[in-house]
Design a protein around this ligand. Structure first.
Ligand code: NOJ
Ligand code: CA
Length: 687
């Protein structure tokens, strides 16, 4: 890749906009990150085709790659173009998250706005806005209102990512039946065919890159389509009629993002995705409550109870009160109850059209349950499983949220169990169409749900969602989501998650935002020691997940009776917060291991979580994140010397040590193991 040194380079002027009118003198421009390590250059190649490339530390990350949009009935914005203006600007601000992995986020970038105009007889124009942060880049198309374009049907986005072929990729397949719930594949990048994002890439020189998008609003989520070796095109998830996006000018696309870091943990410490989203649109969101919950849930996944009615019905008033008492006794904030509403009987996967979201089964008294929860200082968490029938849900959505609001519910878990491409949309003529979870129809639906819920001060935890692109910043009531293979696969009905699964999630799915993984299974051998259906981790790994896999709501997923068997280990789940002032990914490698430290919101305690894949490993972790000069009492929950997820998952040690930030902590993680630590300030503080 040859950098074009003849063209006029963009100038960075501190503060305000600088406009350069370039006429035909200049083809393109480049912009650097504030630390000057990332370079984004934009150009127009032969035929007036817009292109860009990205460099990191003087080495190519994205080779010359195409930009552009094509429409069904209009001339495209893909060739016959020239650059007519560039504006440069920079920004260095801070903003606070109402809840999050850190309180304060720095938004620090240089921005380039490039205007392209057509050179043919049909005048039309658009902008590409580029923001280059120290932790990566985002760029998007902006198509202003103009004579030629009004209503538009996008049939193709031509954005490419030309990535080096000697790279390794971690990815899951797209356009497949199981949505985002696949085990990650680690392959040479050339083998990543149709891949969902975020896709994580390690270049031969050790640079790590995550390819994703931010602020997916009223548009289609894209899939990485490797059409030529190493060249991935943004394949926009289509509607059932083949059109990718229905829109009108003015519009802007989501940001196409590349998080870039010299090492694996740098990706985990990036705030790029959040920074590229719009600020909170909901105003006062003090009603959005992070916290921990239990639920009438795992028993169904184990096959001990059913969502449907009858003798095995899980969601009875009596059972709900037992769970509520358990929650209250142990300091949990909520109790999720699934299967309380009619529609679950028979084959609920295919029953989407008959779910009622307001009618309880006769053995469930929703008001009595909600009142009992509030009287015990906890709350009922609502549940809306749609089985992918969005039209049935939307027809009842107002009433459904009204009911929950009236009984004091503050959080609803929604569900969209349906094969990929099989969300049901019934049009005005009564015809049923089948849509994707990442298509524009679903994207718009999820936004409608958030807005309806927000009117009633309700937060949403979406299962089988669209991919996470940082919209929690704009809608802080989008409190969590699934969107990957969760703990549920470790139940009685699926191939369990392999020991490296959660480690890999940390470097892939989690880069999009919080995940409701539902950690904390203590009965690791629930089908007996000989069964293949088991949890492929040690008990300590389950504890560490609360720190490693960030979510402002965390479930203690197991049955209360299983926590009673290990009260000392359960203490960690009782103690661990879910809302943080600061988070630091301390060490790790993609798919191998990860060490996270997080400081509780509004307090002085730090927590550390470390998990390993199928390998046992010894780590030396610097405690530099702790406050200098402060002594800490560390309660360490670690794998025992003979722990191993296969042979000895319950061998663990809980011990206390005095530690401070000058120490190098030795951690021994078993195969499939983990370590969880709570650091409390001790008496000693230097003056
Ligand atoms: C799939 C969700 O991921 C799971 O948590 C839930 O229990 C079932 N759907 C039923 O809604
Ligand atoms: Ca699921």
């Amino acid at each position: 890749m040859q950098k074009n040194n003849n063209k006029l380079r963009s100038l960075l002027i501190l503060g305000g906009w600088t406009t350069l009118l370039l006429a035909s003198l200049v083809q393109g421009a480049e912009i650097r990150s504030p630390d000057r390590k990332i370079v984004f250059s934009i150009d127009v190649s032969a035929g007036g085709v817009p292109t860009y490339s990205v460099w990191y530390r003087e080495e190519p990350v994205v080779g010359e790659s195409r930009l552009g949009l094509r429409f069904a009935e209009h001339l495209g914005l893909d060739a016959g173009l020239r650059v007519t203006a560039e504006r440069i600007r920079n920004e260095d601000t801070k903003w606070d998250q109402p809840w999050g992995e850190r309180r304060e986020v720095r938004d620090f970038y240089n921005e380039l706005l490039v205007t392209f105009e057509s050179t043919d007889d049909t005048p039309r124009h658009f902008n590409v806005r580029v923001r280059v942060h120290n932790d990566g880049v985002g760029f998007r198309y902006e198509v202003p209102a103009q004579d030629y374009y009004d209503d538009l049907r996008i049939v193709d986005e031509l954005t490419e990512f030309r990535l080096p072929l000697d790279a390794t990729a971690w990815w899951i397949p797209a356009y497949s039946w199981n949505r985002h719930e696949f085990i990650y594949r680690e392959t040479p990048i050339g083998d990543a065919a149709l891949a969902n994002t975020p896709m994580t890439v390690r270049l031969a020189n050790g640079t790590h890159v995550s390819v994703h998008e931010a602020a997916l609003v009223d548009y289609a989520g894209y899939v990485l389509d490797q059409r030529r070796a190493g060249v991935f095109q943004t394949n926009l998830t289509p509607w059932s009629d083949g059109i990718r996006v229905n829109t009108q000018t003015p519009f802007e696309t989501p940001w196409r993002t590349l998080q870039i870091s010299p090492n694996a943990v740098g990706l985990l410490n990036s705030s790029l995705i959040l920074n590229l989203n719009e600020p909170n649109a909901l105003g006062d969101v003090s009603w959005v409550e992070p916290g921990k919950y239990v639920g009438i849930w795992w028993a169904m996944h184990l096959g001990l109870k059913t969502w449907g009615s009858g003798d095995t019905h899980g969601a009875t008033t009596a059972a709900a009160k037992r769970y509520i008492d358990f929650a209250a006794d142990n300091g949990f904030d909520g109790v999720l109850i699934e299967g309380w509403n009619t529609g679950w009987d028979g084959d609920w996967f295919n029953n989407g059209s008959i779910f009622s979201f307001t009618e309880p089964y006769p053995d469930f008294d929703i008001r009595a349950v909600a009142d009992h929860a509030r009287s015990r200082g906890t709350r009922l968490i609502g549940h809306h499983e749609t089985s992918g029938h969005i039209s049935n849900y939307e027809a009842q959505m107002q009433d459904a949220f009204d009911l929950y609001e009236s009984v004091g519910v503050r959080q609803v878990k929604t569900g969209y169990v349906a094969d990929g491409g099989d969300l049901r949309r019934v049009d005005a003529d009564g015809n049923t169409h089948h849509e994707w979870h990442d298509g524009q129809f679903a994207v718009d639906h999820f936004e409608r749900v958030l807005k309806e819920a927000a009117k009633r001060r309700i937060s949403i935890n979406t299962h089988e969602p669209v991919k996470a692109t940082g919209l929690r910043r704009t809608y802080p009531n989008w409190i969590s989501r699934e969107g990957a293979r969760g703990q549920e696969y470790n139940a009685a009905w699926a191939v369990p998650n392999p020991p490296d699964h959660a480690v890999t999630l940390a470097y892939t799915r989690m880069l999009g935002g919080p995940m409701d993984y539902t950690p904390g299974i203590f009965d690791l051998l629930h089908q007996g020691p000989e069964s293949e259906f088991r949890v492929q981790s040690t008990l300590m790994h389950q504890l560490a997940l609360y720190v490693v896999l960030y979510s402002p709501i965390q479930m203690a997923a197991d049955l209360p009776e299983n926590y009673a068997k290990f009260p000392d280990a359960f203490q960690f789940i009782r103690d661990v917060p879910t809302d943080w002032d600061e988070s630091v990914a301390v060490a790790g490698e993609v798919g191998d291991y990860v060490v996270f430290a997080r400081k509780e919101r509004g307090g002085e305690d730090w927590y550390l979580g470390a998990i390993s894949d199928e390998q046992a490993r010894a780590l030396r972790v610097p405690l530099t994140f702790l406050t200098p000069g402060q002594d800490y009492i560390a309660t360490i929950y670690r794998d025992g010397d003979n722990a191993d997820w296969v042979t000895n998952p319950y061998d663990y040690v809980i011990e206390e040590r005095e530690l401070d930030n000058g120490r190098l902590l030795q951690l021994a993680l078993a195969a499939g193991g983990g370590v969880a630590i709570r650091f409390r300030p001790g008496p000693g503080k230097e003056q």
